[in-house]
Design a binder for this molecule. Structure first.
Ligand code: KG4
Ligand code: ZN
Length: 354
């Protein structure tokens, strides 16, 4: 029998049982991650090999280094993940992998590894969209959460407000017209001499600052659920340079707090408005920026005021991880969506598969 026939038969049996233990692989950027997830909801094991220390030397992700480090990390991660799960390879029912969006070389390492594993073990292969993965982190953190709900996906490369109509079915309500929220955090952090990755450290610093200390320009956006951070980012960076040229000291904590306030107000207000306008009562956060402390507090506060139920994964499931990929993969697998061995990386993949 060919691999395709075996994989299809195995997938059919899993669909019939409504049960699958999935080994998931994530390598789209600067973390190599692997996890075992059961039935889309239960995280059995999850391991992450972070490359942050290496990229910090260069002030940002160096794609070629990222790819090489993924290649080195993948095999040892399998041993660690299975060890943590208390499983052998026989305990794995299917393999899932992020195939986009992300850095092409980085994605390819995970895709090639997952294809080889699937072929060698005659297991179904499931291709997962990284952004859908971020949304799905909520299914692991909140076992009772079911679509429909509104989700803000804010990461280093993406900022979207989506209506999650069903598992794997989305309506895009709005998004950034320029920089992603995480990108803006990272760029402003650099001006404050905060090392890469700037977002989390800027957030920490902002906790000690006064968010009314500096006045930054108001954000203008074309649509009610759209974002724009480029103008704010440029104004903030220019203002910092200007003050420095004049020999004025910048209070970094106040600066970070004032900038964070401007970004978070925009993200939180628009997300809650989108939820109310769609008539849905549940709002969720996803992506690296969803670990931002102020954003979490604001969504809780505004959500409560509007009578909404709020959902957000713990910080470790907001930033890149493989658990979220294993969750998204389960619902794809249950619909019979398995990938061929010709699967390729799609670096600019959109949430709607465009
Ligand atoms: O989702 P993620 O891990 O990777 C991408 O898919 O991009 O997101 C990483 C982004 C980076 O820009 C990082 O600075 C930002 O999320 N980030 C944060 C925080 N934690 C991570 N931004 C603001 N506050 C945080 N606490
Ligand atoms: Zn991500």
């Amino acid at each position: 029998m060919t691999y395709e026939t075996l994989a299809r038969e195995k997938a059919g049996a899993l669909i019939e049982k409504g049960h699958a233990r999935i080994l998931a692989v994530e390598s789209s950027c600067d973390e190599t991650a692997m996890a075992v997830v059961e039935d889309g909801r239960r995280l059995i094991a999850g391991v992450i090999a972070s490359q942050i220390d290496m990229h910090a030397l260069y002030g940002g992700v160096v794609p070629e280094i990222a790819s090489r480090m993924h290649v080195e990390a993948l095999d040892p991660l399998l041993d660690q993940t299975l060890g943590q799960a208390g499983l052998t390879m026989d305990g794995v029912d299917a393999v899932a992998v992020t195939y986009g969006p992300g850095l092409v070389g980085a994605l390819l390492t995970g895709v090639a590894w997952a294809k080889a594993f699937a072929y060698a073990r005659a297991l179904p292969l499931v291709a997962v969209n990284h952004i859908e993965g971020h949304v799905s982190a909520n299914y692991i953190a909140h076992p009772d959460l079911r679509p429909p709900f509104v989700c803000l996906v804010a990461s280093g490369g993406h900022s979207h407000i989506v209506r999650v109509d069903d598992y794997g079915a989305y309506t895009l309500l709005g998004g950034t017209t320029d920089d992603a929220a995480g990108e803006a955090f990272d760029k402003v952090a650099r001006v404050l001499d905060i090392p890469y990755p700037g977002g989390p450290l800027l957030d920490k610093l902002a906790e000690e600052g006064n968010d009314r200390a500096y006045a930054f320009p108001k954000i203008h956006t074309p649509g009610p659920y759209d974002f724009s951070f480029s103008g704010l980012k440029t104004a903030v960076i220019n203002q910092a340079h200007h003050l420095r040229q004049q020999g004025e000291a910048i209070n970094a904590a106040d600066w970070a707090a004032s900038f964070r306030r401007a970004v978070v107000d925009s993200l939180a207000e628009k997300t809650v408005r989108a939820c109310l306008d769609t008539g849905l009562r549940r709002v969720a956060l996803a992506g690296g920026v969803a670990s931002n402390r102020l954003l979490r507090r604001e969504i809780e506060r505004l959500g409560k005021k509007a009578g909404l139920e709020t959902f957000m994964p713990p910080a470790a499931l907001c930033t890149d991880n493989a658990a979220m990929i294993g969750s998204a993969a389960f619902y794809r697998l249950m619909k019979g969506e398995i990938a061929p061995l010709s699967l390729n990386a799609v670096p600019s993949l959109g949430l709607m598969g465009d």
